[in-house]
Design a protein around this ligand. Sequence first.
Ligand code: ATP
Ligand code: ZN
Length: 272
Amino acid sequence: MKPALVPTPAAGVHLSTGGFEAVVHGLASALSTLAAPDVPRLRTPPVIARQTIEEVGYHESFPHLLGRVFARTDGGALAESDLVLLPAGCYCVYPVHAGERLHGPTEVSVEATCFRQEAHAEPGRLRSFRMREFVRLDTAERCLAWRDDRLAAARDLLAELGLETTSEVASDPFFGRGNRLLRKLQVERELKVELCAEVAPGQRQAVASGNYHTDQFGRLFAITGPDGAVAHTACLAFGYERLALALLHRHGEETGRWPDRVRKTLDLEAPR
Ligand code: ATP
Ligand code: ZN
């Protein structure tokens, strides 16, 4: 079967073929080279404690994207459960370090299954998708430097895979009028930078994003550095499906005919 996303009756929810998974698998290994080999790795479930998502205010900033879980507890009436669908990998990391005084710069790699109730279902905009994230907890200066350095390394890696990306300062699509100022502030301070590529004809999307969160999560989860100062955080996130789609769009659906260098980096089988 050709590497592809297979549609299901639910918009933005797809099955993936073995060939597509081989590309995702190759991407997972290639992206691992962006972190030191000893960086701890976490795999998330598709759900997260509702309490965590409420603590970080996601339910207020992105109420339109959040997937809620309803269940009958103890055979009672249907009610909202203590879980929500995970919207991004890094939210799982901060509670792990809650109340901690870090020994020094801390980095974690996260593989996440995410859900967002996207309003549109164009190619590359899925409701259920996978994300790879690297999360850094450190000082303000080092978090920013790390984000920019890793974004540059990511851009080089993607170029090696044949993907020419543009780097764009972005803002999260904050919901409601009250958040316009916040959005402006985010752009002015360049808190979010995206690497964009074409994932389908005429369809440019962010395939990676680098975010600097200032001390927002350090404060919320009482995480401090070795000197007792509140920790700052940054994350670098990649969308697996978008990256795989961008590669298929760039090199064609016969992975056996992809350039040698690309096949080698992704550890794809040589053509027979
Ligand atoms: P967009 O602006 O395209 O909605 P975003 O800025 O909200 O994306 P992030 O929250 O930074 O994206 O998510 C990290 C990465 O996850 C993105 O760079 C992208 O590659 C991927 N991603 C985000 N939303 C989706 C989606 N709906 N479908 C597939 N991949 C996604
Ligand atoms: Zn993140």
